[in-house]
Design a protein around this ligand. Structure first.
Ligand code: GLC
Length: 505
């Protein structure tokens, strides 16, 4: 396993929206390079950049036209290499998004596969044998190409599924086994893509829809086997490189991924912790204490126990598919939410702009098939200049939020800002082995307030709008706190929305 992962803290960048240096209205590689110092100052030592590849952007770049080329939108390959170089000097690792399950409908290999004349790419994508048949349970697109059949999509209709075969075959007329040499070819193609970017200096991949590769594989038996084979082979040559899956199941770690995200799926840990309102329930961070911390952490522990000896959980503040917490929670609440996330056993992923509390833009019209996700992809708010310092262009990728005063420059000077609390909490994390380790115990939930132990450190969180007390041994002391709390001979008073960390020694 990569040795650096234990101390890794990721910053996720949606490249369109980070910083535009050439005035075309889109973020670019040079923009990221110029902000590496800033990213480092947050306490992040790794970056995951959403797709940077050549693409018609019919799904924010997750529709890849050429897996070996960068999109002109972000600059040229030399700009990307420069980014890698400067990042390496600052000891920041750059990870990219790998999209193994589908390509763009404009990918030349798909267009070859759509030809009515058989060729070496005919089986690279999944086609059935008749334009008149739309098999149940599958999303096929018909009538767009001359090939005598329909193609299967993996996500949107612009994203044809790459053919890694089927586990359970129900119609041998068009389904190939995942072990068929015609499907194994796609694995080799995938390995080539991985090697290409690793050889350039990329440190790892976040793997898009990692569980989607083998079709009709309900228990993911063949998908797990596929990843085990691919990752084992790659890791023989690249032992310090990492793979982070978008899978959100302990199965991912068994398949050989180093890190797997807990995504915002209904009733799972992250959902119960901060977003449970969407299901008509209450989150653990509900200010009136109506959430259920005990149940929420039971869900976490079950997952964590299953994988902790083999890999890590990716703990996100948000991502490009999820509504930001900014706006839904107040700044004092965000401070304790992020700090709680950073103190959990797992690898933190800070989504750009979350460190300043950027708000989810609810009513924004969809752009590049972001749909409701568009509101989490707006430009980074750097300062009070035009478009909050994101770009000098008149027309920009998405409108920047100018309704709030939120920006980096303003928060830099305020020791109490969300930005500086994020820095402090990440600094605390980095300097405490107990937090970096894997020891985790839930201690108790008491009408809203909850506590957990990380080896010899006790983390107590008051998510409520009212003060709460907590008794500790008089010899114990507060070694870190967010928002206001006092300790009088072992009786801790946690003011509204506060968090303390107690040393047991
Ligand atoms: C993943 C990405 C999402 C994309 C989808 C299809 O869920 O995070 O943004 O639209 O896969 O590639």
């Amino acid at each position: 396993m990569a040795t650096w992962l234990k101390k890794a803290v990721f910053y996720e960048i949606y490249p369109n929206s980070f910083l535009d240096t050439n005035g075309d209205g889109y973020g670019d590689f040079k923009g990221i390079t110029s902000k590496l110092d800033y990213i480092k100052s947050l306490g992040c030592n790794a970056i995951w950049i959403n797709p940077i590849y050549d693409s018609p952007f019919r799904d924010g770049g997750y529709d890849v036209r050429d897996f070996f080329k960068v999109s002109k939108r972000f600059g040229i390959l030399d700009d990307f290499k420069e980014l890698l170089k400067v990042a390496a000097k600052l000891e920041i690792r750059i990870c990219l998004d790998l999209v193994p399950g589908h390509a763009s409908e404009e990918n030349p290999l798909f267009i070859k596969s759509a030809s009515p004349i058989r060729n070496e790419y005919s089986d690279m994508f999944i086609w059935n044998k008749s334009p008149w048949e739309l098999p149940d349970g599958y999303r096929f697109i018909s009538g767009r190409y001359e090939r005598n059949g329909n193609y299967l999509v993996n996500f949107f209709s612009t994203q044809p599924a790459i053919n890694y075969g089927f586990y359970e075959i129900t119609d041998p007329n068009w389904q190939l086994s995942y072990q068929d040499p015609r499907c194994l070819k796609q694995r080799n193609y995938l390995k080539q893509i991985i090697r290409y970017w690793f050889d350039l200096g990329v440190a790892g991949f976040r793997v898009d829809m990692a569980d989607s590769l083998v079709k009709n594989d309900p228990d993911k038996v063949a998908t797990i086997a596929l990843w085990q084979e691919v990752l084992q082979e790659i890791k023989k040559d690249y032992s310090e490189h990492i793979f982070i899956s978008e899978w959100s199941s302990p199965r991912a770690i068994k398949a050989g991924f180093d890190v797997d995200f807990i995504l915002d799926h209904y009733h799972n840990f992250l959902n119960r912790l901060v977003r449970y309102e969407e299901t008509g329930n209450h989150s653990v961070f509900d200010a009136l204490g109506r959430g259920d911390a005990k149940k929420c952490f039971e869900v976490f522990i079950k997952w964590f126990q299953e994988i902790k000896d083999l890999g890590d959980i990716g703990i996100i503040t948000c991502n490009h598919d999820t509504p930001r917490l900014g706006g839904f929670y107040s700044v004092p609440q965000l401070k304790i939410i992020y700090t709680t996330l950073f103190m959990l056993p797992g690898i933190p992923f800070l989504y750009y702009g979350d460190e300043i509390g950027m708000k989810y833009q609810k009513d924004l019209p969809s752009k590049e098939c972001g749909f409701q996700r568009t509101g989490s992809r707006t430009p980074m708010q750097w300062n009070q200049n035009k478009h909050r310092g994101f770009s000098v262009a008149d027309d920009i990728f998405l409108p920047v939020d100018t309704t709030s005063e939120i920006d980096v420059a303003t928060q830099e000077d305020d020791p109490n800002s969300l930005l500086n609390v994020v820095r402090e909490s990440l600094r605390f994390r980095a300097s405490h082995e107990d937090i970096l380790g894997k020891d985790f115990q839930f201690v108790k939930a008491d009408r809203g307030l909850f506590s957990f132990k990380r080896h010899k450190l006790l983390v107590i969180v008051n998510p409520l709008q009212d003060p709460k007390t907590y008794r500790i041994k008089s010899a114990q002391k507060i070694i870190y706190q967010v928002n206001e709390a006092t300790n009088e001979n072992g009786l801790i008073t946690l003011k509204p929305f506060s968090l303390v960390i107690i040393s047991e020694e």
